[in-house]
Design a protein around this ligand. Sequence first.
Ligand code: ADP
Length: 450
Amino acid sequence: MFSKILIANRGEIAVRIIRACKELGIRTVAVYSEADRSSLHVRLADEAICVGGPRPDQSYLNIPAIISAAEITDVDGIHPGYGFLAENAHFAEICESCNVTFVGPTSKAIGLLGDKLAAKDVMRKAGIPIIPGSLAAVKNKEDALQTARRVGYPVIVKAAAGGGGRGMRICHNDVRLVSALMICQSEAEASFGKGDVFVEKYLQQPRHIEFQILADKHGHTIHLGERDCTIQRRHQKLIEESPSPAVDSKLRRKMGDMAVRAAKAAGYTTVGTVEFLLDRDGNFYFIEMNTRIQVEHPVTETVTGIDLIKEQIRAAAGEPLRLKQEDVTLSGWAIECRINAADPSNGFSPSPGRITMYHEPGGPGIRVDTHIFGGYEVPPYYDSLLAKLIVRGQTRQEAIRVMQRALEEFFIEPLRTTIPLHKQIFSDPAFWRGQFSTDYLDQLLGEREA
Ligand code: ADP
């Protein structure tokens, strides 16, 4: 087991990892930017080192500074959290060469699965259903048009290296496809350093269903059930739940088996997520595999009783899985809301600033994962996630009622947050019925992709 882990991240996930380390008896090192001096993760860790200026490229993405901090503090592991360097194969490789264990998959698996096209190819060969489309990066506009004609419009153009809901464009005809192609290629080059794009069929009104994978370095792989992440704004998740109102035990077994097969095909050795789209006819298709702990992991923890961060650390330390597939049962219903410092009534414009009054909901069935507190100044440089509000009920209806109560109790003054939008969603009959698809929120907000 590790004796000391450096957490190459900030915010709620850094706090979450520190908590898991403390319970495992592992010492912790926080790294922080000049804008995060008084952050909670800095206060809670055993040691803390400033790694640079406020901008992410100066600090949380500054590989030499982070590796130096790891050397100075003599850690034996680095946990990357999510975002920042979590899916950077080069960073994982550097850790491997410095004899510091990267708490995540191998650099090889990150490299392979970080490329959506390469990942689709591996899955296709392993017999996993994929969405029809390009088999290789689009070479030119004729190539793209040919693929679109083969699979039929609408299609979606995606960056092979894309992530976070960025780098995608939906096209309904040849003219749009040709312009989307050029835009996506240059955006992908600028954002991800790689201009490869591909075309695939755009599924109408699907649900986003993902499976949590737990694997070890000894060839064991299991899944911990699904998360339904269909409530999205512009392809970015806002609400997640487990189980899914659209998945029964038969479908869970089928999709779960495919998810395990996908992880095995990629030589996967730790926690990860296999993402599928489920269409209205009950067909499902692999879209990508995420090689990190995800923002929405607490809903799985809530219904399985398994601490995913601890399992991730144990797997990285080389311990064999202590669970078999038949040991995993889902109990009750969990829902998570992402509370962001963003104004839903004004195009989700960022709302950083000082929190003068903070009150967190409490009582049965409530968990809040956050790094904020009264008096905290939310810096403008980072992702706007302030807190994750996770609730549990015996049934979905009960979980929704707990969430409604919790949202009423949550005060983060004077910032504009996504709380009012969540209140609106949780009182919508369509949400109560569990009948929605990925375009639900864009329709509710009257937003359409440009
Ligand atoms: P990212 O890596 O940026 O998160 P994903 O490939 O995981 O991108 O897709 C994010 C979301 O975009 C999905 O949950 C879904 O809502 C939408 N999406 C992606 N591909 C398709 C598709 N082929 N058809 C319909 N929706 C899609």
